[in-house]
Design a protein around this ligand. Structure first.
Ligand code: SF4
Ligand code: SF4
Length: 459
């Protein structure tokens, strides 16, 4: 095998291996649990975010801005570095189109004649082709429901998902989303096709502003192949008319392109970076014992014949800012508490003075068990003069549930420091789970209000 053909098989195999790995990973991730939590789950049902096996309650979503910043920075970074690498190598739209068009329609059903020519649509006037189209559609409908279910598992845990499906009428929203996503996938992959990438995908709209001359993309080597289009984008020749131009004019790169463009015209918004054209040209040029004219490199590298500049100001700057956002995320994540406690003072009177001169303050404690098991919770006051009047016993909270407790604290010690003004005594409350193997506890501060001396003297 010549070196060019070896290169072709490397591109080709890498792309399909990547599609396979991406599909397996996306499909399996919702089933992988760490400490009973998914790797990623945004559950509106349970009001929880699972991230790398850590569960965050909606009240703890202070991490969300860091996550979003990190996600956008990564998109900016990867687009500046490698253009539409996502579109060609991992986007579900591309993978699904390859499965439907190249695997089902072409390889399995022979509805399309050749994978290498995507310009020729099947002759649908033939009865046999109508039957094949119906079979292709049926297979894709089944796969669409599977893909839609897979998508839903990132929002509804698989165990809940299958349980809800047994009672579909009681979970109509799940059903609406599932059927809606499946219908979209069927329409998108069978009828909208690559028009989604060209006209509808928001990512393709924003990415061109992130490109620079060093961004890696699918590039035609006009220096070796010869310029086929003039600066206005008008095609100058079909067969080479320039001396030493290596392009044969075979247009194998054009015929194979799923978005029906001619990459020899230069970078175009429609290019999804699938590198099908590069493979096609490698095959053609390989037979002539030459290197491909279309490769995955940067325009600057084609112009100067230098190596691609991966590390430049823009990419390094994105890396630095991403690192800062990541440190912020880890810092915020490490502050996660393994139970939640909100303390509000009772909205009624500040205090109650009993006949025995005991002073009471009332509070509302909202305790949330953010763990996977039910625990009994109780609390203590870190102030020797303040004691608990109610509740006198620990209370049980189910996993993920909240418990509202009316708490009454009292003191039998005279704590007033002012004749005419109330005294606010800072108190520290330590709440904890009694029956957990690991330490589950939080600390909060509040105040205990004690009446003025003159009020107490009258009692
Ligand atoms: S496949 Fe290569 S040789 Fe053929 S037209 Fe395209 S760039 Fe030219
Ligand atoms: S020009 Fe090449 S890389 Fe771009 S979409 Fe067409 S075949 Fe894919």
């Amino acid at each position: 095998m010549s070196s060019s053909l070896e290169k072709m098989s490397i591109y080709f195999k890498k792309r399909y291996v990547m599609y396979f790995i991406t599909t397996i990973v996306v499909f399996c991730v919702p089933f992988i649990q760490i400490n009973g939590n998914q790797i990623f789950l945004l559950s509106f049902d349970h009001k929880q975010l699972h991230l790398l096996g850590v569960s965050f309650d909606m009240q703890e979503l202070y991490m969300m801005p860091f996550l979003l910043i990190l996600m956008f920075l990564f998109i900016f970074f990867i687009t500046t570095l490698a253009g539409r690498v996502w579109c060609g190598w991992a986007c579900p739209q591309t993978i699904f189109r390859v499965i439907y068009r190249d695997l089902i329609e072409t390889k399995l059903l022979k509805l399309r004649k050749r994978r290498e020519n995507k310009q020729i649509e099947p002759d649908m006037s033939l009865g046999i082709n109508k039957l094949k189209k119906a079979i292709a559609l049926f297979i894709w409908v089944v796969l669409s429901f599977l893909a839609a279910s897979n998508f839903m598992w990132y929002f509804v845990p698989p165990a809940d998902f299958f349980a809800y499906l047994k009672e579909p009428l009681e979970h109509e929203y799940l059903l609406i989303f599932l059927i809606g996503i499946a219908i979209f996938l069927i329409a998108d992959i069978v009828w909208i096709k690559e028009n989604f990438c060209i006209y509808m995908c928001p990512y393709s709209r924003v990415q061109s502003v992130l490109y620079d001359n060093d961004t890696i993309m699918t590039v035609y080597d006009y220096k070796r192949g010869g310029a086929v289009f003039d600066p206005k984008g008008i095609k100058m020749w079909k067969k080479p008319e320039i001396a030493n131009a290596e392009c044969t004019g075979c247009e194998a790169c054009v015929k194979i392109c799923p978005t029906h463009i001619d990459i020899r015209k230069g970078m175009q918004l429609e290019c999804i970076n699938c590198l099908e054209c590069a493979d096609a040209c490698t095959k053609v040029m390989g037979k002539l014992g030459k290197e491909t004219l279309i490769s995955w490199t940067s325009p600057q590298s084609i112009d100067t014949r230098d190596k691609v500049k991966y590390f430049r100001f823009k990419t390094v700057a994105y890396l630095v800012v991403m690192l800062i956002a990541f440190v912020g995320l880890v810092f915020m994540g490490s502050g996660k508490e393994n139970m939640l406690l909100n303390i509000n003072r009772d909205q009624g009177s500040l205090y109650t003075i009993r006949d025995n001169k005991n002073v009471e303050n009332a509070y509302i404690f909202l305790v949330q068990n953010t763990n996977q098991e039910a625990y009994k919770f109780y609390f203590e006051i870190e102030n020797e003069n303040i004691k608990i009047k109610r509740p006198l016993k620990p209370f049980k909270v189910e996993p993920g549930e909240k418990s509202k407790q009316v708490v009454v604290l009292y003191t039998d010690t005279n704590l007033s420091q002012e004749d005419k003004k109330d005294t606010a005594i800072p108190i520290k409350i330590r709440a904890y789970a009694l029956d957990s193997k690991e330490k589950i506890e939080v600390e909060r501060t509040s105040v205990f209000i004690y009446p003025p001396k003159e009020v107490m003297d009258k009692k």
